[in-house]
Design a protein around this ligand. Structure first.
Ligand SMILES: O=P(O)(O)O[C@@H]1[C@@H](OP(=O)(O)O)[C@H](OP(=O)(O)O)[C@H](O)[C@H](OP(=O)(O)O)[C@H]1OP(=O)(O)O
Ligand SMILES: Nc1ncnc2c1ncn2[C@@H]1O[C@H](COP(=O)(O)OP(=O)(O)OP(=O)(O)O)[C@@H](O)[C@H]1O
Ligand SMILES: [Zn+2]
Length: 455
């Protein structure tokens, strides 16, 4: 960890970049070489007093058991160090170290955090301010490379455009532990079903047409379809930054927040990057992102990690109860139901096996929730051979070559306790989706009856 301690006076150098449910991210505007080209990720606390299930402490006893093979994690004195080491020792080897920056921790004083909080409040979305605030009781924050610029600064080496994508789960589960009445999970993506629940809860105003299976398909056409859908309904799955400033998508995470620069304004923002006539740049940009996702193959690696979830929550939840040595609440509920014997086998497996099932499930959960940031800058010599540490991609429509880099962000460790929430949310998503499809089926029958009557 850096020996410096950031004090109140240092807060002015850090400006609001964005946030998610759990963290606030700031960009550096000062002149210290240690921080140039970096962002700071600060943990937040929830105003309702519940700090989610993440908590502030180190690993719980059961989590220590779960991660016992990762000595670095179990030896960590607090959650912040655990989080950083989880990225470094668990996620980075799985996703490829060239795509992950685990960051470095820096000490911060309470006054620094209080000052940062005060400075950025007016830029945060009101609903985020209402629900969370900077946790001023932490004594460190994470310093990570700013993935929305290239390492040598914002503008040196030409303009940089970055797309941030939160792809979510890219496969359909096939676990034999999925109950028959939930078979829809095998054919409809979790993303699509979750959209119905989010719509019902008014978290979004319309359902996205984005299909994660397209993005992960490995087919150029389907990847392009996915990017177009993300552009049409960005929610919290798609953002674009120009030289580190947000130019498209919602500010502050969340699913349906303010969209900045649409249509012509976005076309305009692209003008120094994409050499096409006005009105044609957005289409070329979508092509560039498509081509890069396709040729980089970076999502193949992510999909492999997501697929560590082989049991689905309907299977993994039983292993969870084995680990915490408590009566399985799920089997208890299913008690009188004849289906419960399906899960009996899971309660007689060795502890090691339960630990592996749940550990893999949680690693997969991280991979299903992370985002990737892909940055581009035009390559002046037009040479596809790299010549630098970055890869290059050719954009046919404008005859340009771009250097690009890909990084994963938000690779947080999911707390063990969240298994129960995962099970409950899965039930909610399914029940909301089933009600919706039943309504549709009813309506179809009514139309049909009506139609038949008219014939
Ligand atoms: O459960 P999901 O799929 O809704 O994912 C949650 C995300 O919702 P999303 O559907 O992507 O809008 C959610 O994102 P938002 O807050 O909606 O932007 C978080 O990423 C949450 O993770 P954590 O609790 O901060 O560790 C995510 O929780 P995890 O399931 O990854 O633990
Ligand atoms: N290394 C980085 N470089 C540039 N921008 C970043 C970086 N890390 C995060 N950001 C920006 O900050 C936003 C919030 O960060 P992050 O996703 O880590 O927050 P979170 O609270 O963990 O999110 P979630 O709601 O998914 O839990 C991101 O959506 C991204 O726009
Ligand atoms: Zn059970």
């Amino acid at each position: 960890m850096e020996k410096v301690i950031l004090e109140r006076k240092d807060a002015v150098d850090w400006v609001y970049r964005g946030e998610g449910a759990a963290n606030l991210v700031l960009a550096y505007t000062g002149s210290s070489p240690t921080f140039i080209g970096k962002v700071m990720r600060i943990q937040k606390s929830q105003r309702n007093g519940k700090n989610g299930v993440n908590g502030n402490g180190a690993l719980t006893t059961h989590e220590r058991l779960l991660w016992r093979e990762n000595k670095e994690l179990t030896a960590s004195p607090n959650r912040e160090i655990v989080e950083q080491l989880y990225v470094k020792h668990v996620m980075s080897p799985l996703l490829g170290p060239t795509h992950v920056d685990a960051g470095m921790r820096v000490l911060v004083s309470k006054e620094f955090l209080e000052s940062v909080e005060k400075n950025v409040t007016c830029q945060r979305p009101a609903w985020r301010v209402d629900s969370s605030l900077v946790d001023v009781n932490r004594d460190s924050a994470l310093i990570i490379s700013d993935h929305s610029i290239f390492p040598n600064g914002a503008l040196k080496g030409g303009p940089c455009i970055t797309v941030e994508i939160k792809p979510k789960c890219g496969f359909l589960p096939i676990s034999r532990f999925i109950a028959e009445e939930n078979a829809v999970k095998r054919t409809i993506t979790r993303f699509r079903m979750h959209q119905a629940l989010k719509l019902q809860k008014q978290e979004i105003s319309e359902c996205s047409e984005y299909n994660p299976l397209d993005l992960f398909s490995g087919s150029r056409d389907r990847i392009c379809k996915a990017i177009k859908a993300l552009y049409a309904t960005p929610q919290n799955n798609f953002r674009v930054f120009l030289n580190g400033s947000l130019v498209f998508g919602g500010l502050g995470g969340g699913t349906d927040s303010t969209t900045v620069l649409v249509g012509e304004a976005f076309e305009d923002a692209l003008k120094n990057v994409i050499q096409a006539d006005n009105g044609l740049r957005t289409a070329s940009f979508i092509q560039l992102v498509t081509e890069t996702v396709y040729t980089s193959g970076v999502l193949d690696q992510l999909l492999e990690v997501q697929k560590l979830d082989t049991y689905d929550i309907e299977g993994a939840i039983h292993a969870y109860y084995n680990i915490i040595s408590q009566p399985c609440m799920v089997c208890r509920e299913l008690g009188k139901n004849k289906l419960s014997h399906r899960y009996a086998s899971l309660h007689s497996i060795p502890l090691d096996e339960s630990l592996k099932i749940v550990k893999d499930y949680l690693i997969a959960a991280t991979a299903k929730d992370c985002s990737l940031m892909i940055s581009f800058r035009p390559k002046e010599d037009g040479d596809l051979r790299s010549g630098s540490s970055h890869n290059a991609v050719y954009l046919g429509s404008t005859n340009q070559v771009f250097e690009y880099k890909v990084y994963f962000i938000d690779l947080d460790l999911k707390p063990l306790k969240k298994m129960e929430d995962y099970y409950e949310l899965d039930k909610k998503i399914l029940s909301c989706y089933s009600v919706k499809t039943e309504h549709k089926a009813d309506a179809a029958v009514r139309i049909d009856t009506h139609g038949s009557l008219l014939r």
